[in-house]
Design a protein around this ligand. Structure first.
Ligand code: NAD
Length: 483
């Protein structure tokens, strides 16, 4: 089962190879098989990517927004037409079940291309009356933007970053995670087929060093990173040296608060979605599930029943509900957290270990009686491991939910609408849900507060992060100078 692309990089409208770059082996995590061998970008490839992006961007920014939009919408159509084959590639790259990649990954990328294609032509400035004089503003492109992706939603991330960037007249150089390099190359092919001029969307492969080389280049105006907090801190600091714009989509340890009056079936379903989808490798997951004591027993009973029924197995089988983790390294990390939780005294409700003899599979795992000080209540596990904590009062639950350095997401389940809005207003998180969890439609801004990030992706909010305002004062009379 091979998925070897024509070459490692896609620069200035074509595939580019330079075998002098260190090797990247792409591994299908369900079997451990090597499915492609790529090379990291060398300095020559990085230079070609930057030079072609800088060259192409000016003309693109001067293109009418409706024309830019038409190309993005064509790209969205091509993605939808090819969704089955693209989903298969995404499954090979990540190990995520095809049941998910068919509906979540590329389709949400196509949504972003449609959405920002539609939005771009509506973006204008304002006119500011100043008596005799006036001023106006122009919302201009930033220039060359760098996108750096994580491995959990590689193609969605490539689309979520490139769609607003391109729609608003920027160029983008995208560096996928070295763990999942394949999807972004397909996006680059699709953009060219849809009519995007060469150089506007370049893909260069590599590990952190390639990312930092891009972020440090003087031609780069902005960097958007999806990744962990430690990487975010490094990239933010590098970007600061050049006073570049940043969007940081980082990690989380998000809470879900389930009150006694909630629908148990809905809350259990949402907690499962927010811990087990993509084998738990979702940044906004609600990995601290606070359950009010009155419904704890019922909640845990239904949770255990439904979790035990999850079907693990071959990710390419459409009936499989959970695949492996993305890599052997991630498997070792997640199994380590499970052992620590047991050692620290959490009650194992179900799961609790590796599944199967081959591949990076972990059993969907639930721990109850988790307390705030335990490691699984504090650190991002990024695997199918749910921590259930109990609470008595609303004030207590909110205070404990906020007692984290992260602030990506939060959810509340209750039948009391007043309480729902009050609790949300008191939670420190950038993206929240009431009686739902982890739904991230492109129309809604997405992002974190505190250490979980700065800036927002999606929605009208993203326009701010891929454009800048030029203010123009227009003098309509003689200049009144005191000299
Ligand atoms: P990571 O931080 O290890 O890597 C992210 C990307 O940064 C990769 O492409 C990597 O090559 C690159 N990188 C690493 N060091 C760099 C450096 N010094 N300079 C420039 N680039 C560098 O993250 P990961 O393991 O790929 O992904 C998992 C993490 O991403 C989790 O913490 C998760 O919560 C987070 N995440 C956040 C969101 C969000 O939208 N908030 C979405 C998905 C994942």
């Amino acid at each position: 089962m091979m998925a070897q692309p024509k070459a490692s990089h896609f620069v200035d409208g074509q595939y580019v190879e330079d075998k002098a770059g260190p090797v990247i082996e792409v591994i299908y995590p369900a079997t451990g098989a090597v499915i492609a061998v790529l090379h990291e970008a060398t300095a020559a490839v990085i230079e070609q990517a930057l030079a072609s992006a800088a060259r192409a961007q000016g003309l693109w920014a001067a293109t009418r927004p409706v024309e830019r939009a038409r190309i993005l919408r064509r790209a969205a159509d091509l993605i939808r037409e090819r969704n089955p084959e693209l989903a298969r590639l995404e499954t090979l790259d990540t190990g995520k079940p095809i049941q998910e990649t068919l509906v979540a990954d590329w389709p949400s990328g196509a949504d972003a291309l449609e959405y920002f294609g539609g939005l771009a032509p509506t973006v204008g400035g304002e006119t500011i009356p100043l008596g005799r004089d006036f001023a106006y503003t122009i919302r201009e492109a930033l220039g060359v933007c760098v996108g750096i992706g994580a491995w959990n939603y590689p193609s969605q991330i490539a689309c979520w970053k490139s769609a607003p960037a391109l729609a608003l007249g920027n160029a983008m150089i995208f560096k996928p995670s070295e763990v999942t390099p394949l999807g972004a190359l397909k996006l680059a092919e699709i953009f060219i087929e849809a009519g995007l001029p060469a150089g506007l969307f370049n893909v260069v492969q590599g590990r952190g060093m390639v990312g930092s080389a891009l972020v440090s280049d003087a031609r780069v105006a902005k960097v958007s990173l999806t990744g962990s907090v430690p990487t975010g801190q490094k990239v933010y600091a590098l970007a600061a040296a050049g006073v570049r714009h940043v969007t940081m989509e980082l990690g989380g340890k998000s809470p879900i608060l389930v009150f006694d009056d909630a629908s148990i079936e809905d809350a259990v379903g949402a907690a499962m979605l927010g811990n087990f989808y993509s084998a738990g490798q979702v940044c906004s997951n609600g990995t601290r599930v606070f359950v009010q004591k009155g419904i704890k027993a019922k909640f845990l009973k239904r949770l255990a029943e439904r979790t035990a029924a999850i079907k693990l197995g071959d990710p390419l089988d459409e009936t499989t509900q959970m695949g492996p983790l993305v890599s052997g390294a991630q498997l070792a990390k997640v199994l380590g957290y499970i052992e620590t939780a047991k050692a620290e005294g959490a009650t194992l409700v179900c799961g609790g270990g590796q599944a199967g003899a081959e591949g990076a599979f972990v059993q969907p795992t639930v721990f109850a009686d988790v307390t705030d000080g335990m490691t699984i209540a504090q650190e991002e596990v990024f695997g199918p491991v749910m921590a259930v904590l109990d609470f008595d009062t609303e004030e207590e639950a909110v205070a404990r939910a906020n007692a984290t350095e992260f602030g990506l997401a939060a959810g509340v389940f209750t039948a009391d609408i007043t309480r729902a809005h009050r609790v949300i207003s008191n939670l420190q998180a950038g993206t929240c849900w009431i009686n739902a969890y982890n739904l991230t439609p492109v129309e809604m801004p997405f992002g974190g507060s505190k250490l979980s990030g700065v800036g927002r992706e999606n929605g009208h909010a993203a326009v701010e992060h891929y454009s800048q305002i030029k203010s123009v004062y227009v003098g309509m009379g003689p200049v009144d100078a005191p000299y």
